[in-house]
Design a protein around this ligand. Structure first.
Ligand code: FAD
Ligand code: NAD
Length: 476
C-alpha cells in the first residue's frame, strides 16, 4: 500500500525541524507535524521551545540587559553617560522580532527543502500510522514508513504551586514582563534561574533565588560553581541554598512565599515568582494506547544509543529522551536518525556535548568534572589558569574566572574542560574539537594560540596540567 510519507516527524523544535530537513535532503518524502504557535496564539510557529520561548529569546534578553549594565559601568574607561533608562516593553518587542525572524526562517527552509509543515497535534497510533489533529480542519490518519518523535519538554510544576501565569510564572511568562519588577523570587538555581535572574538583576530588580540543594548549578564542576557563586553574590544575586519552599500564595499585587533555610522559617514577598525547577518530557497525548512505545517513570520515551524505540520504524530524539535537555544535542540526534533511516551509519558522541550558561561571566564545560573522575577512579592531572593573568581579559575589563583542564594521568588525553569567564561559550569549542580527536593536554599546549586572546587561557591551562604554565606560578 502506498504511504502518504516516507517519514513523519512529530515536533518542530531543533530536534524535529532539523531531522525533517535532513530527511528531505536525503530524498525522503517528509512531513513535520508541529503544535507550536507564535506569541499571539494565532499563527503556527516552527522552532519549538528553543526558538520561541527558550534559547533564542532568553539570549536576546540577556544581551539587552548586558548592554544596559555595561552602560552604567564604563567609568574606568573614562566614559560617563547620563542616567541610563530601560524600557522593558521595547526590549521584549526586540526579542519578539528576533523570534519571528527565526521561526519564519524555518518555514522558508521547509519550503526550500520540500518538507510538508502540518500545524497541529500528532499522535503515534499503531506502527506506520499517525493521527494528525490540525489546528484548523478535520482529524486525519496519515501513513508513513518511519516516525520520528520529537515533542520536546515542558516546565515542571510544583504540586503545591501551580502556575497562574500572572504572578506565579513559568519560563515562558518571565520572557514577557513589560515592566521591570521591584522584587523577583525564583525557585531553582539551575540554568534558567541563573540566566533569568541575571537578566532582571541587571535591570535593577532585587532578585532572590531559592535553591533546594546546597549548591547552585549542580551539574557543573565544583571549582567553577564556587567561584561563580562568589561572583553572582558580588553582582547582587541573593542565592539562598538549602531552601525549602513550603507554601506560596499569590494575590493581586504579588506573591507571599513561605520558606525554610537552615531550620529558620520566614515569609518573603515578591512581585513575581518564577518557578524554574526543571523540565519534563512532553509525552502526554503523544502515544496512543497499544502503539508499543515504552515510556519510563520520568516520562521519557525509552530509546537506545541510536535513538531507536522498541518499535520498528519509530525513533525518538531531543528533550523527549534521556540525556541533557540541550538544543544542539536534539539537533545532532535528529541528523543522525535521518541518516540512519537513509541507510547511513552516523555517530553522535554523547561524552563531549558542551554545556553553556549565558550568565556573565559565562560558564561552559564539556567532558567530565573532577568529582566524576574521582568517583570513577580515573587517575587525572588538573591544570587551571585565571583570566586575570591574560592581557586580553584585563584589557577588556573581564578578568573574572578561569579555564580548568583535566587530563588522564597516564595517557594525557583530555577528559574535561571547564570554563568560567568571558566568551566561555565560544572558547569551549576548541576543547570539544580536541576531545573529539582524542587530543591530549600536550596537543593544546603545543598549538600556537594568537596573542593577545582569551584562548591563551586555554593554552596556559593545558601547560599547567604539566606544571609548566608560563604566566602564573606553578605547583612545586
Ligand atoms: P522542543 O524544542 O521542545 O520542540 C518540541 C516541539 O514539539 C514544540 O514545538 C511543541 O509544540 C511540539 N509538540 C509537542 N507535542 C506535540 C505533539 N503531540 N504534536 C505536534 N507537536 C508537538 N538549550 C541550549 O542548548 N541552549 C540554550 O541556550 C538554551 N536555553 C534555553 C532557555 C530556556 C528558557 C529554555 C526553556 C530552554 C533552553 N534550552 C537551551 C533547552 C532547549 O530549548 C531544548 O533542549 C530544545 O528546544 C529541545 O529541542 P526538542 O526539539 O527536543 O524539543
Ligand atoms: P535545572 O535542572 O537546570 O535546574 C533546576 C534547579 O531547581 C536545580 O538546581 C534543582 O536543585 C532546583 N530545584 C528542584 N526542585 C526544587 C524545589 N522544590 N525548591 C528549590 N529548588 C528546587 O532546570 P531549569 O533551570 O528549569 O532548566 C531546565 C533545562 O532547560 C536545563 O536543565 C537545561 O537542560 C535547559 N536549559 C538550557 C539552557 C542553556 O543551555 N543555556 C538555558 C536554559 C535551560
Amino acid at each position: 500500500m502506498a504511504q502518504d510519507y516516507d517519514v513523519i516527524v512529530i515536533g518542530g523544535g531543533p530536534g524535529g525541524y532539523v531531522a525533517a530537513i535532513r530527511c528531505a535532503q536525503l530524498g525522503l518524502k517528509t512531513a513535520c507535524i508541529d503544535a507550536g504557535m507564535d506569541k499571539s496564539g494565532n499563527k503556527p510557529a516552527l522552532g519549538g521551545t528553543c526558538l520561541n520561548v527558550g534559547c533564542i529569546p532568553s539570549k536576546a534578553l540577556l544581551d539587552s540587559s548586558h548592554h544596559f549594565e555595561q552602560l552604567t559601568h564604563l567609568e574606568a574607561h573614562g566614559i560617563t553617560v547620563g542616567k541610563a533608562s530601560m524600557d522593558a516593553a521595547t526590549m521584549v518587542r526586540r526579542k519578539d522580532g528576533i523570534v519571528s525572524q527565526l521561526t519564519g526562517g524555518i518555514a522558508q527552509l521547509f519550503k526550500a527543502n520540500k518538507v510538508t509543515h502540518l500545524p497541529g497535534f500528532g499522535q503515534l497510533l499503531a506502527q506506520g500510522q499517525v493521527r494528525f489533529s490540525p489546528h484548523e480542519g478535520k482529524v486525519e490518519t496519515l501513513t508513513c514508513k518511519q516516525v520520528i518523535l520529537a515533542s520536546g519538554s515542558v516546565p515542571v510544576e510544583l504540586p503545591f504551586l501551580p502556575f497562574d501565569h500572572k504572578r506565579i510564572l513559568d519560563n515562558t511568562d518571565i520572557l514577557n514582563l513589560e515592566k521591570i519588577p521591584k522584587k523577583l523570587g525564583i525557585i531553582g538555581a539551575g540554568v534558567i534561574g541563573l540566566e533569568m535572574g541575571t537578566v532582571w538583576r541587571r535591570l535593577g530588580t532585587e532578585v532572590t533565588i531559592l535553591e533546594a540543594m546546597d549548591t547552585l548549578l549542580p551539574p557543573a564542576d565544583a571549582d567553577i560553581r564556587k567561584q561563580a557563586a562568589r561572583i553572582f553574590k558580588q553582582q547582587g544575586l541573593d542565592i539562598r541554598l538549602g531552601a525549602k519552599v513550603t507554601a506560596a500564595k499569590a494575590h493581586s499585587r504579588g506573591v507571599n512565599v513561605d520558606v525554610e533555610v537552615g531550620g529558620k522559617a520566614e515569609q518573603l514577598k515578591f512581585d513575581y515568582l518564577l518557578v524554574a525547577v526543571g523540565r519534563k518530557p512532553a509525552s502526554e497525548g503523544l502515544l496512543a494506547e497499544g502503539c508499543g512505545v515504552e515510556v519510563n517513570e520520568r516520562g521519557q520515551v525509552v530509546v537506545d544509543d541510536l535513538c531507536r524505540t522498541g518499535v520498528d520504524g519509530v525513533w525518538a530524539i531531543g528533550d523527549l529522551v534521556r540525556g541533557p535537555m540541550l538544543a544542539h544535542k536534539a539537533s545532532e540526534e535528529g541528523i543522525a536518525v535521518a541518516e540512519r533511516i537513509a541507510g547511513q551509519k552516523p555517530h553522535v558522541d554523547f561524552d563531549h556535548i558542551p554545556w553553556v550558561i549565558y550568565t556573565h561571566p559565562e560558564i561552559a564545560w564539556a567532558g567530565k568534572t573532577e568529582a566524576e573522575l574521582k568517583e570513577a577512579g580515573i587517575p587525572y592531572r588538573a591544570g587551571s589558569f585565571p583570566f586575570a593573568a591574560t592581557g586580553r581579559a584585563l584589557a577588556m575589563g573581564e578578568s573574572h574566572g578561569l579555564v580548568k583542564m583535566l587530563a588522564h594521568a597516564e595517557t594525557d588525553r583530555i577528559l574535561g574542560v571547564h570554563i568560567l569567564g568571558p566568551q566561555a561559550s565560544e572558547l569551549i569549542a576548541e576543547a570539544v574539537v580536541a576531545m573529539e580527536f582524542a587530543g591530549s593536554s600536550e596537543d593544546i599546549a603545543r598549538i600556537v594560540h594568537a596573542h593577545p586572546t582569551l584562548a591563551e587561557a586555554m593554552h596556559e591551562a593545558a601547560l599547567a596540567v604539566d606544571n609548566r604554565a608560563i604566566h602564573k606560578a606553578n605547583r612545586r
